[in-house]
Design a protein around this ligand. Structure first.
Ligand SMILES: Nc1nc2c([nH]c(=O)n2[C@@H]2O[C@H](COP(=O)(O)OP(=O)(O)OP(=O)(O)O)[C@@H](O)[C@H]2O)c(=O)[nH]1
Ligand SMILES: [Mg+2]
Length: 133
């Protein structure tokens, strides 16, 4: 089975987190996600993350910290997801690939459908916010 390495950003501003809706023609199209994508050959995790977020969301993220790692097997591919949390960025978020983006207040996260693999990271993020407040 195909195995891919993915980086994704959990971008936090006050009590909100930025999520994006996956384009309908892609794997897990229509689901909400933490923006990001595949690591390219020769890139570090952080380089890939900064590049993907610039390409998809048009902001420059700073000081991302590893938040959660998840290995998950979908029927069609297996993914290693590396989620990095950041509260620092410059620019104004914009869905550069035509995707919807949204700042969601953390208690509302439960109302959005994420890919199956994301369940532990969403849970961890809710705990992170609730301990902070
Ligand atoms: N970006 C992102 N991908 C996720 C998440 N959860 C999850 O299962 N995935 C899966 O991880 C893979 C990431 O690929 P992607 O489609 O974002 O990759 P990419 O931006 O490089 O896209 P492209 O290669 O189609 O241009 C997809 O199979 C996607 O379904 C998530 O929260 N964020
Ligand atoms: Mg992507």
């Amino acid at each position: 089975m195909k195995h891919i390495q993915v980086v994704a950003a959990v971008i936090v501003k006050n009590d909100h987190v930025l999520i994006a809706r996956r384009p309908l023609d892609k794997h897990k199209g229509g689901y909400w996600e933490f923006p990001g994508g595949k690591i390219e050959t020769g890139e570090s995790h952080e380089e890939a993350l900064v590049r993907e977020i610039a390409e998809e969301i048009n902001i420059r993220i700073e000081a991302p910290q590893l938040f959660e790692r998840i290995d998950f097997d979908y029927p069609e591919k297996s993914v290693s997801l590396n989620f990095f949390l950041t509260e620092a960025f410059s620019g104004e978020p914009e869905g550069l690939e035509g995707q919807a983006i949204k700042w969601v207040a953390w208690p509302e996260l439960a109302n959005y459908q994420f890919p199956e693999a994301n369940q532990p990271v969403v849970k961890k993020l809710q705990n992170w916010f609730s301990e902070k407040s």
